[in-house]
Design a protein around this ligand. Structure first.
Ligand code: COA
Ligand code: MG
Length: 289
């Protein structure tokens, strides 16, 4: 028997500036899997307090339905980080995302503050510096860490590299982070595509990220959501095929066999596991209605 697995679809993770009331409103009707309310890069220093209070007010009055809710705080080494953490530590969200993490000491400092607040929120970490990429295995595996998010805009800046649509220049860094994330058993999401009106280019970037192993893509504009959902999701045909694989696999197991056949193709343990993931993914989306 295959043991049951839980899958949370996180194909599309949309950032929105916490100071942008229209975006906070509009997000209630967007088809993204995850909303990342941003208090950091997308908010000017003079608007930090406003963004914090607007996001808190939106959480209290808006209806975000099935969407997973994450707040990106400012770093604890800034004048706003601790206030952000304390403001959201016990709010109705699904996680707190922290920027520019490079060490276990930083993770421990965040955990200790969360503990002081009595918070049980999962921790998400931004990987956006060369040190973070090279040392991810030293801090990314912490048990409180639920997910890792590439910050490719900052990474390009820190590398003194250049933005290129195909990102061959980032391939090593990106793939290394996916490798490490898989070793640590963590989900990992690709960075944003800044040229947000260029949707064919976004599709190429999503496909490249999907092929590398990323679980989803962070986004900055509503028009990007359907493409990420498509590329990081599974078509109805793929779900039906996975269901068929699971069926022949269960039959084979019941007959004490270790392999099965479907339409002339060999089905082994690994295919059954992948099919199980796809079926669970489809079921999770269907449960949302
Ligand atoms: N989340 C929710 N809604 C958004 C949105 C977002 N990230 N970006 C734009 N919208 C809304 C706009 O408010 C507008 O709504 P309306 O027409 O129904 O009133 C609609 O989508 C169309 O927006 P558009 O006019 O095409 O873009 P814009 O000029 O308003 O905004 C950006 C462009 C890039 C400034 C904006 O998309 C943005 O701020 N994105 C997020 C940036 C961010 O969070 N960066 C930090 C992480 S890298
Ligand atoms: Mg950043």
């Amino acid at each position: 028997m295959l043991s049951p697995i839980a899958v949370v679809p996180r194909r599309s993770l949309l950032y929105m500036p916490g100071a942008n009331a229209r975006a906070l409103e509009k997000a209630q009707g967007l088809d993204c899997d995850t909303i990342i309310f941003d208090l950091e890069d997308a908010v000017a220093p003079d608007s930090k307090a406003l963004a914090r209070s607007q996001v808190l007010a939106a959480l209290a009055s808006h209806h975000y339905g099935h969407r997973e809710l994450i707040v990106r705080c400012n770093g604890l080494d800034t004048p706003w980080g601790q206030d952000d953490l304390e403001a959201f530590a016990n709010s109705p969200i699904d996680g707190l995302l922290f920027p520019k993490i490079e060490s276990q000491d930083q993770v421990a400092a965040i955990k200790s503050l969360l503990q002081t607040c009595g918070s049980m929120l999962p921790l998400w970490l931004m990987i956006e510096t060369p040190t973070a990429v090279l040392r991810l295995e030293e801090f990314g595996g912490d048990e409180e860490v639920a997910a890792l998010v590439m910050g490719t805009s900052d990474l390009v800046k820190e590398l003194r590299a250049q933005h290129s649509p195909v990102r061959h220049n980032l391939a090593y860094a990106l793939q290394r982070c996916v490798l490490t994330a898989r070793m640590l058993g963590k989900e990992i999401f690709d960075g944003v595509h800044l040229d947000f009106r260029n949707l064919p280019e976004l599709r190429d970037a999503c496909e490249a990220g999907r092929a590398m192993g990323f679980d989803g893509k962070t986004l900055i504009h509503p028009d990007q959501v359907p493409i990420a959902n498509e590329v990081f999701g599974y078509s109805p045909e793929a779900v039906a095929q996975a269901e068929a694989i699971l069926e022949v696999w269960q039959e084979a197991l019941a007959q004490g066999k270790g392999v099965a056949e479907l339409d002339g193709r060999l089905i082994e343990n690994l295919h059954a596991h992948e099919a199980q993931r796809v079926v669970a993914f489809g079921q999770a989306l269907r449960r949302r209605g």
